[in-house]
Ligand binder design. Structure first.
Ligand code: C2E
Ligand code: MG
Ligand code: MG
Ligand code: MG
Length: 284
C-alpha cells in the first residue's frame, strides 16, 4: 500500500505505520490461537558442568512454528504476549510442559534440572505459586530440579509480589536464577537481598572474553556471585577458549552453541544419555 501512495511525504509514512499496526494485530490474534491450540513448541538447551563436561540440565526455550512465517523466535512474540497479558496463559503452558518433560528425563543415572523463563507479569500474577506447585505435584518432578529464570528488571519492577512468590517457592526447594545478569541495574546490596540461587552471566560479557580481552568485568561478576554463594552459569559460550577461561575463573556451568543449540526433547534425551551420570554431575 505504501508504494501505491507514491514516494516521500507523510502519506507514505502513515501507510507504513498503518501496515505495521495491522501486522501486529494479526500476529497477536494468531499467537492467541496458537496458545489455545497448543501449537507452540519447547526446545531444550543443555547446561554443562565446565569441570566435567557433564550435562546438568536444560533450559526450556519456547518456539512458535508458524504456518507461513516459519519458526518465530521468542524475542518476536514474547514482548507481544507480555503487552496483552497472554503471557500468563502462554507461560502456564510452558511451565507445565517443561516440568512434565523434565520428569520424563529423570532416571536412576541422570537427574537433570529444567530452567524455565518467567516474565515479570507471570511472577506477580496471584496464581503463580499455585501453578508451580501443581505442575510439580502433577508431574512428580522434585522441586529442586526446577529453576525459575527471572531478569533483574523483572525483580525491580514489582519487587514486593515477585519476591514474595519466589521466597515461598524457594522454601519448598525450587531454585531461582537471575537471567541476563549484568544488563540491568542491580547493585550488589540489592542482589544480596533477592531470593536467588543462580546467577547467569549475560552472553554480552562472555562475548567480550573473546573480542576485547576485557576479562576483568567477568572476573568481577564471578567474584560477586561467589561472595553471595550463588552458582554461576555463563550464557552463550561459543568457543573452547571461552569455556577454558570461564572454568579457570571459577564459573561452574556453561551454556551455548559450543555444546549444543536448543534441541527437541528427544534429542535432549539422547544428549543426556551420552553424558556422565549423577555420580559425576553435581546438581545445577
Ligand atoms: P534467555 O533466557 O537469555 O535465553 C538464551 C538465549 O540465547 C536463547 O535464545 C538461546 O537460544 C540463545 N543462545 C544460547 N546459546 C547461544 C550461543 O552460544 N550463541 C547465541 N548467539 N545464542 C545463544 P532464544 O531461544 O531465541 O530466546 C530468547 C529469549 O526469549 C530468552 O533469553 C528469554 O528471555 C525469552 N524466552 C524464551 N523462552 C521463553 C519463555 O518460555 N518464556 C518467557 N517469558 N521468555 C522466554
Ligand atoms: Mg533464560
Ligand atoms: Mg539468559
Ligand atoms: Mg541472555
Amino acid at each position: 500500500a505504501a508504494k501505491e501512495r507514491g514516494k516521500g511525504g507523510l502519506a507514505v509514512y502513515d501507510s507504513a505505520a498503518h501496515e505495521r499496526a495491522l501486522e501486529t494485530l494479526t500476529l497477536r490474534r494468531e499467537l492467541e490461537a496458537a496458545v489455545d491450540d497448543g501449537a507452540l513448541a519447547l526446545h531444550y538447551q543443555p547446561t554443562v558442568d565446565l569441570a566435567t563436561g557433564a550435562v546438568t540440565g536444560f533450559e526450556a526455550l519456547v518456539r512458535w512454528p508458524h504456518p507461513t512465517r516459519g519458526v518465530v523466535p521468542p524475542l518476536e512474540f514474547i514482548p507481544l504476549a507480555e503487552q496483552t497479558g497472554l503471557i500468563v496463559r502462554l507461560g502456564t503452558w510452558v511451565l507445565r510442559t517443561a516440568v512434565r518433560d523434565a520428569a520424563s528425563l529423570q532416571s536412576s543415572t541422570h537427574r537433570p534440572s529444567v530452567a524455565v523463563n518467567v516474565s515479570a507479569r507471570q511472577l506477580v500474577h496471584p496464581g503463580f505459586v499455585t501453578l508451580v506447585r501443581s505442575a510439580l505435584a502433577d508431574s512428580g518432578l522434585a522441586p529442586d530440579r526446577l529453576t525459575l529464570e527471572v531478569t533483574e528488571t523483572a525483580l525491580l519492577s514489582d519487587v514486593e509480589a515477585g519476591v514474595t512468590a519466589l521466597t515461598t517457592l524457594r522454601r519448598q526447594g525450587v531454585r531461582v536464577a537471575i537471567d541476563d545478569f549484568g544488563t540491568g541495574y542491580s547493585s550488589l546490596s540489592h542482589l544480596a537481598r533477592l531470593p536467588v540461587d543462580v546467577l547467569k552471566v549475560d552472553k554480552s560479557f562472555v562475548d567480550r572474553l573473546e573480542h576485547d580481552r576485557d576479562d576483568a568485568l567477568v572476573s568481577a561478576i564471578l567474584a560477586m556471585s561467589r561472595a553471595l554463594r550463588l552458582t554461576s552459569v555463563a550464557e552463550g559460550v561459543e568457543d573452547p577458549g571461552q569455556a577454558d577461561w570461564l572454568r579457570e575463573a571459577g564459573c561452574a556451568l556453561g551454556q551455548g552453541y559450543l555444546w549444543s543449540r536448543p534441541v527437541e526433547l528427544e534429542t535432549a534425551r539422547a544428549l543426556l544419555a551420552g553424558s556422565p551420570g549423577v555420580r559425576l554431575a553435581p546438581a545445577g
